[in-house]
Design a protein around this ligand. Sequence first.
Ligand code: BCO
Length: 565
Amino acid sequence: AKPPGRHFHRDHQLWTPLTLADLEAINRYDRPLPKNFNFAGDVLDQWSQKEKTGERPANPALWWVNGKGDEVKWSFRELGSLSRKAANVLTKSCGLQRGDRVAVILPRIPEWWLVNVACIRTGLVFMPGTTQLTAKDMLYRLRASKAKCIVASEEVAPAVESIVSECPHLKTKLLVSPHRQNGWLSFQELFRSTSEEHSCVQTGSQEPMAIYFTSGTTGYPKMAQHSQSSLGIGCTLPGRYWLGLTSSDIIWNMSDTGWIKAAIGSMFSPWLWGACVFVHQMAQFDTDTFLNTLTTYPITTLCSAPTVYRMLVQKDLKRYKFKKLRHCSTGGEPLNPEVLEQWKAQTGLELYEGYGQTEVGIICANQKGQEIKLGSMGKGFIPYDVQIIDENGNILPPGKEGEIALRLKSTRPFSFFSEYVDNPEKTAATLRGDFYVTGDRGVMDSDGYFWFVGRADDLIISSGYRIGPFEVESALIEHPAVVESAVVSSPDPIRGEVVKAFVVLSAPFKSSNPEKLTLELQDHVKKSTAPYKYPRKVEFVQELPKTITGKIKRKDLRDQEWGRT
Ligand code: BCO
């Protein structure tokens, strides 16, 4: 019998393309993971073929607008030829080689999609980052990853320039801008003059594809590495059953390009199913523009953080007639059941909550065709076996609260991240018995539905952002007013929770005006690290609660904030 998966190199004309049914079967363990997989060659180029033969509706593959009248629409065929050109820019003009790491710090512009697909075509490892990153954040990322290249936009370039001399591994800076800049290669210029002839690299299914920096409770962000297949095949079931996608859909996933949710909701899931990715490059998020976009464009599927829905239900939604919207989903932070009810009452549409992490993608969700239980995150997705476990790694029965965990033994799911790069201790720390522990606490009911309870550690989930208290405390301590601080989560009606800093002041600042000093500290954090992490609440205290050994008791402060005893 022939081995399953791809059998021969496609140059030999004997290669059997993987179908969507094959990809579903791999997720369901009905078929082994093929030895090789490349999302560009095995998925995107297949849709390009289907477009040619009329097997796919005449939707674009990417539809980008910026609210200023500019618009880009690419078919899969165009995406194919443009990303091949971009692949030649990266390998021929920039001299990058398979396995090299490329930091991609771009806003929501079409080139973000081109560069990512080009990296996949060439076997380069892309590392997306939000444009909110400061020079210090970028320095840490470029040094930790030993990135060979950074692809950046104009607004990010000055910060890169200020730290580039401290990044010995960085060989190429590629600027995506209509204007040239000294010391930078121009993506646009190189792109114009390069050929579209490119052979997609036959990457191994387990070969590295992307690295995401993810915050933890201690230290600076870790590098979670994903393989070619983890998201490329692992998004198949979430794409169909959480996002409800088919090839005639147009999905608008409102996530910054720096987060894995952009890769899941604006690249892998939609394109696996041949759907159109809609992008609105809003300079600043605002609810009116958001709602007007839904009334103007034939968007069928929406995915946004719960904070966005909390902001939207404050409006009179009945005034808006959404053009084609039929499926709405959410993820990145817990959704309050009241918001789901208000959304449904005002729009007539269900809200499908999904739950996942940078390390593991989407692991459970309210799924199309299943009953939605109010307040629940739905059921687990194969290939994951999601369980609630105790502190010794034992599975807890339905109804008992414990940590949400994924079984890794005896078969490690292919969709799982490969490791935290260069950090075996942190990788090992996520394991307990046969399981990977998410760090989130939850409950499963007897029907297999999961309920989120809260974090098991000090990590803060605010507006869908994962914020490590250590990073905020490190930024605060740089200010002369701060002797020490403790950063914890605090409840917020719109953002779910926000960052709150308890600050002990140095003697010269003790008599400062508290309102003015609060603003100064907030501004300082926004400049020191990505602004989304800034403490929206600040309280000045005489001292911080500590253990006998001098460790700050963040939990006491957190419990106080949440009114827990
Ligand atoms: O709210 P403020 O105005 O006080 O502060 C905002 C910005 O104004 C400020 N800021 C941004 N750039 C700045 C700056 N300040 C100074 N200098 C700059 N250069 O910083 C604050 C940033 O907060 P924000 O990003 O929450 O802004 P905003 O406009 O309120 O956006 C609201 C949301 C809901 C659109 C936004 O928070 C958001 O996109 N949240 C979702 C995040 C997400 O996608 N999470 C998914 C992560 S992946 C995952 O969870 C894996 C599982 C699927």
